[in-house]
Design a binder for this molecule. Sequence first.
Ligand code: ZN
Length: 68
Amino acid sequence: VPITERETAEYMETNGQHCPNCQSNDLDCDRIQVDNDTAWQEIRCEQCKSTWIDLYMLSDIVNFKRGC
Ligand SMILES: [Zn+2]
């Protein structure tokens, strides 16, 4: 069963703390991988064995120090 828009929205609202399928917070996160402007992380729910990928995009820059 594919994830619904509502499940996706709820997942985003809670910053990906709970499994979209069973609401467990027992999530196993792989390391974050980066390719140009996109980063992603494979997530697996230890409770119901669902798997998905969290996608990250550039959101801000901080600590900018101009070189010249
Ligand atoms: Zn789950």
